[in-house]
Design a protein around this ligand. Structure first.
Ligand code: PGA
Length: 258
């Protein structure tokens, strides 16, 4: 199955506008080296507009880190799907583990955000993954199944092209610990099987499943060579253009080797 690999940076709460533009300027001139890979990033909200203006025509995929599920109204501090589309976002992250653990987001919040985004024409990167306790309790597959099935409860096969899933084991995010390629492949294959149950095999076959959690130049090639690993959601290593581009090159090489 030819899924276009997708490498997306998650800049989290880092970078003033000038830092974001400088980071982008370190990446854009080298995008021609990674043809065949979809490359993008989720800047902090204050940088989204400046990044959007800078990347016009480059093909770079602009993502937001968060969205609110209501269309408009009295929701102080929140941003709607239409607002994100208005500034050029193609994707939005939903359910990142930091949103879940630090800001109380639940599977049901994710479901509302997924529905609002897809209805409004914004593609979703749905983040799921188990904690260390859950992995040690042999509950990884049960947890990711629940997160996936609740968040995608109202989705059907026609949404497949607009859905990306990011498998991010919580114990690997920002810790320097990475899932082994075999651990990642096991969970990714399980996620694809769940997607097939829910949306049908053709839809499951076209949905990209990214790995996230301390992906870096040293481990990217091994992770990306796994059959069901179709890209990466990159935190720390996305803040340095050389590291980020090395991961994009590993994704490009995974195409030629598959
Ligand atoms: P990390 O973050 O690459 O720094 O582990 C990944 C993420 O949070 O998406």
């Amino acid at each position: 199955m030819n899924r276009i690999p997708f490498i997306c940076g998650n800049w989290k709460m880092n970078n003033l506008v000038s830092d974001s533009v400088a980071l982008l300027d370190g990446i854009l001139p080298r995008l021609s080296e990674v043809q065949g890979v979809e490359v993008g990033a989720a800047p902090p909200m204050t940088s989204v507009h400046a990044v959007s203006k800078r990347l016009a025509g480059s093909g770079f995929a602009l993502a937001a880190q968060n969205v609110h599920h209501e269309m408009s109204g009295a929701f102080t501090g929140e941003v709607s799907v239409a607002m994100l589309k208005d500034v050029g976002c193609r994707y939005v992250l939903v359910g990142h583990s930091e949103r879940r653990t630090l800001f109380g987001e639940t599977d049901d919040t994710c479901r509302q955000k997924v529905n609002a985004s897809l209805q409004g024409g914004l593609r979703v990167i749905l983040c799921i993954g188990e904690t260390l306790d859950e992995r040690e309790g042999h509950r990884t597959l049960e947890i990711v199944s629940r997160q996936l099935n609740v968040a995608l409860a109202e989705c059907s096969s026609e949404h497949a092209a607009d859905i990306v899933v990011a498998y991010e084991p919580v114990w690997a995010i920002g810790t320097g610990k990475t899932a082994t390629p075999a651990q990642a492949q096991e969970v990714h294959a399980h996620i694809r099987a769940e997607l097939a149950n829910k949306l049908g095999q053709p839809a499951a076959d076209c949905i990209r499943i990214q790995y996230g959690g301390s992906m870096k130049p040293a481990n990217a090639a091994d992770l990306l060579s796994q059959t069901d690993v179709d890209g990466g959601l990159i935190g720390g290593a996305s803040l340095k253009p050389d590291d980020f581009l090395s991961i994009c090159i590993a994704a490009r090489n995974s195409i030629t080797h598959s």
